[in-house]
Design a protein around this ligand. Structure first.
Ligand SMILES: [Zn+2]
Length: 418
């Protein structure tokens, strides 16, 4: 069995790690990450909490609940534009109760206009006449990890999946840790657990004859040596036993599911798996043109089993019918066939749109990178809608010439031009 990058891998089971051969029988035992929640969403609009900014994964921010639908929440980063609102499930590990940062030694990013040292939750809740979300609403897992802050590893850059780069464990919370790429900004960071297929122990690239991308600004990137780097930085490597890659997912082509529409994340649509890799699936929305298909990680919390919406009280967008493709024009809502004018390319600041300019599905918005200025005022523009035109990983990695031909959208190239 080959990994997503074409190399041999070791797999793990739910009971722990094993390093053996993958067989067809074990494949059948794979339990999907996605399941039905066992409790009701208790969050209410206006409740305050702490959580990770998805565009700055290293930062915990002051958040408020802006909308609740079924088992999902729309969260607002206090003091910032509603453009930066984001959706997640009520059991997401990305959210924490008020006071969590202080009790765990994390830095809490205060609302805009507050200095970090003058922010006080008690006063803030009083001033905003708001309620802290009760601690009982949060899910946490107490596990011990062999991954510790400061330890080094080799990790796939999720924005440039061909690159395996020198990385550091920048934070650890419960069973997850934050992968940070040495000397790069935090917009490349991601949270994962020990079973992630995107992380490898120090020395993995050498062992698999793969190029390792040295830290940005390294004096001799062609001849990067781990021994030297670890000594110079006074750091240690994550022990190789700490890694236990999960088995490939059990999704198969033509399986149906309910998936969050990444272009319009307030909506969940009837969807079909149309292609698979070991750790990713290609999602197609039934009735929609295949140009809206996209690849995602198979463990994405936005993929749900059939019946999830009904069970959790969330509206489900049915497959598009031929009549839907015609009616919207005559209704004068939005000129894009199939679109009902719900949502906006610039996020929750606008609830709807009437033209191709604001439409998440219009041709003008489909092929271009949609960017918002960084909410923290940096020069870097941030991809607002995480649209992935990147095709199959192994194709992308095969040959650069081929990539150029295949690429009809955008591939972020941080190794060039930065
Ligand atoms: Zn539209």
């Amino acid at each position: 069995m080959k990994g997503f990058d074409g190399t041999s891998v070791h797999y793990s089971t739910a009971s722990g790690c094993f390093h053996g051969n993958w067989t067809t029988e074990t494949h059948l035992d794979v339990v999907s990450q996605q399941s039905f929640p066992h409790y009701r969403n208790g969050f209410k609009v206006g409740m305050r909490l702490e959580g990770i900014d998805p565009l700055h994964p290293s930062m915990f921010c002051v958040l408020s609940v802006a909308e609740v639908i079924g088992f999902r929440l729309r969260l607002h980063i206090d003091g910032f534009s509603e453009c930066y609102n984001f959706w997640l499930n009520a059991d997401s590990p990305d959210i924490r109760p008020v006071g969590w940062c202080e009790s765990t030694g994390h830095k809490l990013q205060p609302p805009k206009g507050y200095r970090a040292n003058e922010f006080n939750w008690e006063k803030y809740l009083e001033a905003t006449n708001a309620q802290a979300a009760p601690k009982t609403l949060f899910k946490s897992q107490n596990t011990t990890l062999k991954f510790q802050v400061g330890m080094k590893l080799e990790a796939v850059d999720r924005k440039n999946p061909c690159l395996v780069c020198v990385a550091t464990v920048a934070d650890v919370v419960d069973n997850r840790f934050l992968v940070h790429f040495d000397n790069w900004d935090d917009t490349y960071d991601y949270w994962c657990d020990a079973s992630s297929p995107y992380i490898h122990p120090v020395g993995w690239c050498l062992e698999h004859s793969r190029p390792l991308t040295a830290p940005q600004g390294h004096p001799n990137p062609e001849n990067f040596l781990w021994e030297e780097y670890l000594e110079d930085s006074g750091s240690s490597a994550v022990p190789s036993q700490a890694f236990c890659m999960r088995p490939p997912h059990g999704f198969q082509v033509n399986m149906r599911l309910e998936a969050v529409d990444r272009r319009n994340p307030m909506l969940i649509r009837v969807a079909t798996i149309v292609d698979t890799e070991d750790y990713r699936v290609k999602i197609h929305f039934d009735g929609w043109h295949e140009k809206f298909d996209f690849w995602v990680d198979s463990d994405l919390p936005d993929l749900h089993p059939v019946g999830w919406c009904a069970r959790t009280g969330h509206p489900l967008e049915p497959p598009l019918r031929l009549s839907d493709l015609k009616s919207s024009v005559t209704q004068g809502v939005c000129p894009t066939p199939g679109c009902k004018g719900v949502g906006h390319i610039k996020g929750a600041k606008y609830t709807g749109h009437h033209s191709a300019f604001g439409c998440p599905y219009s041709d003008m918005n489909l092929k271009k990178e949609v960017v918002l200025p960084d909410r923290l005022g940096g020069e870097k523009q941030i991809t607002f809608v995480p649209v992935h035109f990147v095709q199959k990983t192994r194709r992308l990695c095969a040959d650069e010439e081929e990539v150029k031909e295949e690429e009809d959208g955008h591939i972020e190239t941080r190794w060039a031009g930065q």
